[in-house]
Design a protein. Structure first.
Length: 506
């Protein structure tokens, strides 16, 4: 069970915070950040608490969310500091980022049980009491006719849960930890969630699944808007998963007009870069598998790539070295407009880290998620119904656009290989969710996938399930597939940009 795709109070607060930070940025005049003090009172108005036990607690949490949305660090609870502390460092038209990317607002955390099996009130105290009979540790007894679990003896095996005829036994797991595919979340001394940043790959699944809204990533909303307000042209490079994210009133043919309304110079689709990535990965696969490498993994998902190289170092060279669609699109834009800045608009938290890494030049200056951009649309009061339609967003192929969904990358690569190397067989295996990706790599390590192309996606459903998405995964998948059919080119090998690929890789 997941709350993904359901618009909740957590989503609403996040959107309002993003919108207020965007308004602050659009109206910012040098040195005047006094408005920051008023924002929590606009997001949480009145004197009666709506979401938590205290209106003061609600506003305190909003203050920290606001700081993260501006790229600032959380303040220490033990020390007094104005909400604007350090803000002067981030109010500039350039990248501002201080790790960590994913943050836990500790006083918003519910200190959920890590893993606990409990008897509910639905227990009927039945005569058979199978729960007690199957317990290997004798942890279940009967008190006043009801089952009781001794948590000191319980080993959380779940056998009692599986045999209860009334489904009266439940397992409580911390949602953020359950969603984390790399087991990076544990508890601090107060029982609150804590992130091990040596394990974290910034996929953002924890923040997407926390029902208390205690986890948030840092944003670059303020910096992007300051860049837009400068004399430097800023281009929006929009990821394929964007289709349908802002509702039926903002189809792809209105996207360029929508981003221009925010102040961007123009918008281009990252599916163009996806086509170039596909062509390169197809070439690498044919040349290296299985003669040089036992298998090859795709490169476009940074969380999957980082996890694979870190946890399976002996197979790090099996992950494709092809530049990602985001990077290739950024380089295309910088080649055509050398003085411009590029803002990647996507579904993903970890793309923020990919754009900041120093090992490979990204040519991407900023990264915003769809959720953050929605706040900008609200701040500028953009009326989608009034935007002009331009049937010009056709740079990418259908296969390039399908990068957004699980299986899309591998299928695109396979189609290129079938076209250019018709005698070459392409065996494919794919996984979505980092825990499943890890299982796939374990099988590959055991030799089960020799000669295969492996596609890894950190998020459920692929990019459409990213932590910065707005729409339900199934609905987004359907929108991407529908958009795939509208492209004037079906496959990546039809790209008109293929000839300049060598220049972009330098």
């Amino acid at each position: 069970m997941s709350i993904r795709g359901i618009y909740t109070s957590v989503n609403d607060i996040r959107k309002r915070v993003f919108a207020e930070v965007a308004r602050l940025a659009y109206n910012y005049e040098d040195g005047n950040l006094s408005e920051m003090e008023l924002i929590p009172y606009r997001v949480i108005p009145g004197e009666v608490s709506t979401y938590r036990e205290s209106v003061f607690l609600e506003r305190a949490i909003v203050k920290e969310r606001m700081r993260l949305a501006m790229g600032l660090n959380l303040r220490k609870v033990t020390e007094h500091a104005p909400v604007s502390t350090g803000a002067e460092e981030c109010v500039k038209p350039e990248k501002y980022y201080q790790p960590p990317l994913i943050n836990i607002i500790k006083f918003a955390c519910h200190a959920c049980p890590e893993n606990e099996v409990r008897i509910t009130e639905s227990c009927q105290g039945c005569l058979a009491h199978p729960c007690r009979e199957v317990c290997p540790k004798g942890a279940i007894s009967f008190v006043h006719g009801k089952s009781v679990i001794d948590q000191e003896k319980c080993i959380k095996c779940g056998k009692c849960l599986s045999v209860c005829p009334y489904n009266a036994i439940i397992r409580l797991e911390r949602p953020c930890a359950k969603a984390c595919g790399v087991k990076a979340i544990s508890s601090d001394q107060y029982g609150r969630a804590d992130i091990d940043y040596d394990k974290c790959v910034s996929c953002g699944m924890c923040l997407a699944n926390c029902p208390f809204g205690a986890i948030a990533d840092k944003a670059q909303i303020f910096q992007v808007i300051q860049a837009i307000r400068s004399e430097t042209p800023v281009y929006a490079a929009i990821a394929p998963a964007i289709v349908g994210q802002f509702g039926k009133d903002l189809p792809l043919d209105k996207m360029r007009a929508a981003f221009r309304a925010l102040g961007f110079e123009d918008a281009v689709e990252v599916a163009i870069g996806a086509d170039l990535c596909t062509i390169q990965e197809a070439k690498d696969f044919v040349e290296e598998v299985p003669e040089k490498l036992p298998f090859m993994g795709t490169s476009c998902c940074p969380s999957w790539s980082v996890m694979a190289k870190r946890d399976f170092p002996e197979y790090a060279n099996c992950i494709s070295m092809a530049l990602t669609p985001m990077v290739l699109t950024g380089r295309l834009l910088k080649q055509k407009h050398p003085e411009c800045k590029v803002c990647f608009i996507g579904p993903c938290a970890s793309k923020k880290l990919e754009a900041s890494r120093r090992s490979i030049r990204s040519d991407v200056d900023f990264v915003l998620t769809f959720e953050e951009v929605m706040g900008m649309f609200e701040a500028k009061e953009v009326d989608f119904s009034q935007l002009e339609s331009h049937n010009t967003m056709h740079g990418g192929s259908g296969d390039g656009r399908a990068f957004a969904i699980s299986g899309g990358v591998a299928e695109a690569v396979a189609n290129v290989i079938k076209n250019q190397y018709p005698d070459r067989e392409v065996k494919i295996e794919r996984a979505e969710g980092l825990d499943n990706c890890k299982k796939m790599l374990q099988l590959a390590k055991a030799g089960k996938y020799n000669g295969y192309l492996l596609e890894g996606m950190a998020c459920p459903g692929g990019c459409v399930g990213g932590a910065g998405t707005v729409m339900p995964i199934k609905q987004s998948t359907a929108s991407v597939l529908a958009n795939k059919k509208t492209s004037s080119k079906s496959h990546s090998y039809e790209s008109t940009y293929e000839d300049i690929l060598p220049e972009l890789e330098e």
